[in-house]
Design a protein around this ligand. Structure first.
Ligand SMILES: *Cc1c(COP(=O)(O)O)cnc(C)c1O
Length: 221
């Protein structure tokens, strides 16, 4: 199937209040252009360098999402253009994003990445750490970042009930954090669900899905 057909197929089955992030990591610019021509405007990448290169080459009305692990010393390479950073896993990173955003006179939307998976290889903070960040004095001083929600990745497993439990856990944490947010209306995004599990994620309350291989085909690393 073509990228356009894959996209249309996914969009037909997506509730209209769920945002689709087309995960284009490792894929050539021509593939992204094909998705763009089919109407897609939100792309997700997991390497800052690669995202910056693609941003240079592609139309400027694309919204770029950083979905991967973020190294603090590389935030400066995306601060001028990134729309949403999904992988904020500690306050130090938030402080650096704020500093770099300020240089460009921007406010960057961020999601707190929560560790829901039962795997050491997955990044993210605990609910307690997220609570601490939302309530801290430091956070209220950061004028160039907006914390707009949470992101999580389920365990890589065939066990659907485990994945479901993890998604429900993230939704529950989101609901609690929303009550602590100084501007609850702004806290509205639950980024969960990938090619293999997004229908389940949506059933559990996801508002944003990150889909790569079901749009662009399998990745060759
Ligand atoms: C690669 C990636 C995805 C997309 O994965 P697919 O299984 O190809 O849909 C989603 N989220 C994150 C954080 C990723 O790194």
């Amino acid at each position: 199937m073509s990228i356009q057909k894959n996209l249309n197929h996914i969009k037909e089955n997506l509730p209209k209040d769920v945002t689709l992030v087309a995960v284009s990591k490792t894929k050539p610019v021509s593939d992204l252009q094909e998705a763009y021509d089919a109407g897609q405007r939100i792309f997700g990448e997991n390497k800052i360098q690669e995202m910056a290169e693609k941003h240079e080459l592609l139309p400027k009305d694309i919204e770029w999402h950083m979905i991967g692990h973020v190294q603090r010393n590389k935030v400066k390479y995306m601060a001028s253009f990134v729309s949403l950073i999904h992988g904020v896993e500690n306050e130090k990173l938030l402080i650096e994003i704020n500093k770099q955003a300020a240089k460009h006179n921007r406010t960057i939307d961020c999601l707190l990445q929560i560790k829901i998976a039962d795997e050491d290889s997955k990044f993210g903070m605990t609910e307690a750490e997220a609570t601490q960040i939302l309530q801290s004095k430091t956070n209220s001083d950061l004028k160039h970042v907006n914390i707009v929600g949470v992101m999580g990745m389920a365990t890589f497993t065939e066990n659907e009930s485990q994945i479901k439990t993890e998604f429900i856990q993230l939704k529950t944490i989101f609901n609690t954090l929303k009550t602590l947010h100084n501007n609850p209306a702004q806290f509205k995004t639950i980024s969960m669900g990938m090619s293999g599990d997004y229908p389940l994620a949506i059933a559990c309350g996801s508002t944003m899905v990150r889909i790569g291989s079901s749009i662009f085909g399998v990745r060759n690393y």
